[in-house]
Design a protein around this ligand. Structure first.
Ligand code: GEK
Length: 241
């Protein structure tokens, strides 16, 4: 059995490349995200619960930036054959290949698409999930994606937006950064791993404040917006069309 523990940044590197969702990352991804994102399992599981409530007959449920399909599978197990199509999209071929390899048999058809989420059509959506994906888009391109999602959604549909977040208050920013690092250390990452990964993610993962997300969601047209989960500098919002 191959080792699926994330030790990508465990040894010192002379130069640190920009973080990429390549084969090395895809191979250890479940361990990496579980040990790095506080509340990840809860957010994924509740994405299934939310899809159960909001998915309407004949509609589509999108998982944008699906990686290995954790949220896709959570939705599929809740929908359990309801007349909905699940569309899972990621632009990393390494992720998509592994998703297809691991695809359990669900009653719902799952359409796994290797594409940039900015390039796909979105239509008849009752549920759209952006779990830790928007943060990887250049900030200037986020409004257009949200506008496209809004247009492609049915009235009454739900968007689940989960992100690493920034705090406008410098004290809270420092506190939550430190708490996140403490969380990672408690999950077995060393100071070296934390610091090298942080360097790799610089300018790749660009977080924003919750206010900035709420403002963008309102501008896109969403009417009811709520932060339903937060742990340290990670949060998940729901937005209803
Ligand atoms: C989960 N949602 O397990 N187009 C398509 N995919 C993209 C793009 C893009 N422009 N940019 C990044 N990705 C998942 C976790 S991970 C979050 C999501 C993380 C993809 C990228 O290839 C990766 O698979 C995913 O978004 C982000 O619930 O690693 O922090």
């Amino acid at each position: 059995m191959p080792d699926t523990t994330d030790n990508i940044y465990a040894t010192p590197r002379e130069a640190i490349d920009r973080f990429a969702f390549d084969d090395t990352v895809a191979a250890v991804f479940p361990d990496m995200i579980q040990r790095s994102v506080p509340g990840y399992s809860t957010i994924v599981a509740m994405t299934g619960v939310l899809a159960d409530r909001y998915a309407t007959p004949g509609s589509r449920c999108y998982d944008l930036g699906c990686s290995l399909g954790a949220s896709t599978f959570a939705m599929a197990s809740h929908l359990d054959g309801r007349d909905c199509q699940i569309v899972a999209v990621d632009n990393s071929q390494a992720m998509l290949t592994r998703l297809l390899d691991r695809l359990p048999s669900f009653k719902n058809p799952i359409d796994a698409v290797c594409s940039d989420i900015r390039a796909i059509d979105i239509s008849d959506a009752s549920v759209v999930v952006l779990n830790f994906t928007l943060q990887f888009l250049p900030p200037a391109e986020r409004d257009a994606l949200l506008a496209k999602i809004y247009t492609g959604m049915q009235a009454g549909g739900i968007l689940v937006l989960s992100e690493k977040i920034l705090f406008a208050d410098p004290h809270l920013q420092e506190l939550n950064t430190e708490l996140h690092h403490a969380f990672k250390k408690s999950n077995g990452y060393s100071d070296l791993e934390i610091s090298q990964k942080r360097t790799a993610l610089e300018n790749v993962l660009q977080p924003e404040t919750i206010d900035a997300h709420e403002h963008r969601l309102r501008q896109a047209g969403f009417s009811s917006i709520d932060v339903w989960f937060q742990c340290f500098n990670f949060a998940s919002l729901v937005a209803i069309k």
